[in-house]
Design a protein around this ligand. Structure first.
Ligand code: UD1
Length: 430
């Protein structure tokens, strides 16, 4: 068993250092196999998903050398297998980035069908359409997706939905295709831009990442590079809402404030003070916060990965708030757990109608997925009394040292593995 034991009710106060972006690291690690030369990547978060990605890279014959906790050197010159498979890989959705990366370099790839968080149906039709537009054949059989191309040639893509995954996969394959590729209605998330910058630092020719239209001119091969991953927008946002919900005063350091604008705007709207400097944002909440309406949207809109964290905060705010999830269809399941802590929330379809309550009360709850799990930790930190959060393996998929960083802000939280440790925590808090 691995649980978080939390004694809530204290404001979080202090500074917290934000790590590298998980959702940028995952495609960048996949793209690192697209050259036979050595690639050095810094600021990789040490979380379960990135470690699974690194193990997958090794499993197909690349050489991975960890220089320190956040830096790796990868040489993919020795790749001898174009099939990415295994139980761990199946559990992370980002394993499908090997489809585009290996298709680009070897004109062939096979990957076990992706898993990831259970937050709704997560199709890959747009990825497949994109590979086909580049001249590849795509097959799904026995739980695996395979791509193959005689000649990978540039193509025109219009994405019906601005999918992050499809934009990234098409961009990787197109980087090593012959000729020009355009991706219209491309995703504009910071991690899409980070991957484009990484590929360009290896000699790719990608323009327009961060806008609606990405243009790729294929090159023959990619070369060595040294690259530092951007800070994690969602980790930063999670601590910003933790500050708000606990009525604390937290500075998130080593961030790009521009990436946090939609989050800062909502915090300001509900009555927090938000102070930005070059690479830090301070969030101060001194009184009970106000209500608002929010709808998740592709970047630069409010991120779906921040939806549970804002809902938990609005659950404690004065008045009625409405949260609408427009990206995934099954992302409000955590509400049942929050209701067990005293929240007053009604869910209709993809909308949560939240009547703010004065306080939550501690309870034993389960983390249903990565971001909802983190949001329930925030709820427990702001609740009266003790909570126990189970299934924290989901949270550890994307947050490095979550409980240690929270402890640094004064939170009473321990990771416990045995009933005895849980008892010790109970005694400690008295
Ligand atoms: C990525 C992020 C995830 C974030 C999401 C939206 C990673 C590893 N994960 O997920 O944390 O919540 O972006 O910002 O970076 N869709 C299709 N067909 C497709 C692809 C997607 O219908 O071929 C739909 C999905 O079902 C979903 C929507 O498009 O409703 C957005 O999905 P997408 O942007 O692709 O999300 P992911 O890349 O899976």
């Amino acid at each position: 068993m691995e649980l978080y034991a939390i004694n809530g009710g204290n404001p979080l106060v202090g500074e917290v250092e934000i790590g590298g972006a998980k959702n940028a690291a995952l495609p960048i690690l996949a793209a690192a196999v697209m050259t036979d030369e050595t690639v050095l990547i810094e600021n990789i978060p040490d979380v379960r998903d990135t470690n699974i990605m690194l193990a997958a890279i090794e499993s197909i014959g690349a050489h991975v050398e960890r220089l320190d906790r956040h830096t790796v050197r990868i040489n993919a010159g020795g790749i001898n297998d174009l099939v990415v498979d295994g139980d761990a890989v199946k559990k992370i959705r980002a394993s499908y980035y090997f489809l585009g990366a290996l298709l680009g370099k070897y004109k062939k790839s096979t990957v076990v069908l992706p898993g990831g968080c259970d937050i709704g149906c997560r199709a890959i039709d747009l990825h497949i359409k994109g590979f086909k537009a580049l001249g590849a054949e795509v097959k799904i059989a026995h739980g695996m997706v395979s791509t193959q191309a005689q000649n990978l040639t540039g193509g025109h893509n219009y994405l019906d939905i601005a999918s992050v995954g499809a934009t990234i996969n098409i961009m990787m394959a197109a980087a090593l295709a012959e000729g020009r590729t355009t991706i219209e209605n491309a995703a504009k998330e910071p991690h899409v831009v980070d991957l484009a910058n990484f590929l360009n630092s290896m000699g790719a020719n990608i323009k327009g990442a961060g806008t609606d239209v990405i243009r790729v001119r294929g090159v023959e091969k990619l070369h060595k590079t040294e690259y530092t991953i951007i800070p994690d927008q969602i980790e930063a946002g999670t601590f910003m809402f933790a500050a708000a919900a606990t009525r604390g005063d937290v500075t998130v350091k080593n961030v790009i404030p521009k990436h946090l604008e939609s989050i800062s705007a909502k915090l300001l709207e509900i009555g927090c003070e938000v102070k930005e400097s070059d690479d830090a944002v301070r969030v101060v909440a001194t009184k009970r916060l106000g209500h608002t309406h929010v709808k998740t949207l592709p970047y630069p809109g409010f991120p779906t990965d921040m939806q549970p964290q804002i809902a938990v905060t609005l659950g404690l705010s004065q008045g009625t708030s409405i949260v609408t999830e427009s990206i995934f269809e099954n992302r409000l399941r955590y509400v049942d757990e929050l209701i067990r802590m005293g929240a007053n929330i009604k869910v209709e379809g993809n909308t949560a109608v939240i009547e703010g309550v004065e306080k939550y009360t501690g309870a034993s709850i389960n983390a249903p997925d990565l971001r909802a799990g983190a949001a329930l930790v925030i709820a427990a930190l702001s609740a009266e009394g003790m909570s126990v959060i189970d299934d924290i393996r989901y949270i550890e998929r994307g947050y490095e040292d979550f409980h240690l960083k929270l402890q640094g802000l004064g939170a009473q939280i321990d990771k416990v593995e045995t009933e005895r440790e849980l008892q010790k925590f109970r005694l400690k808090i008295g």
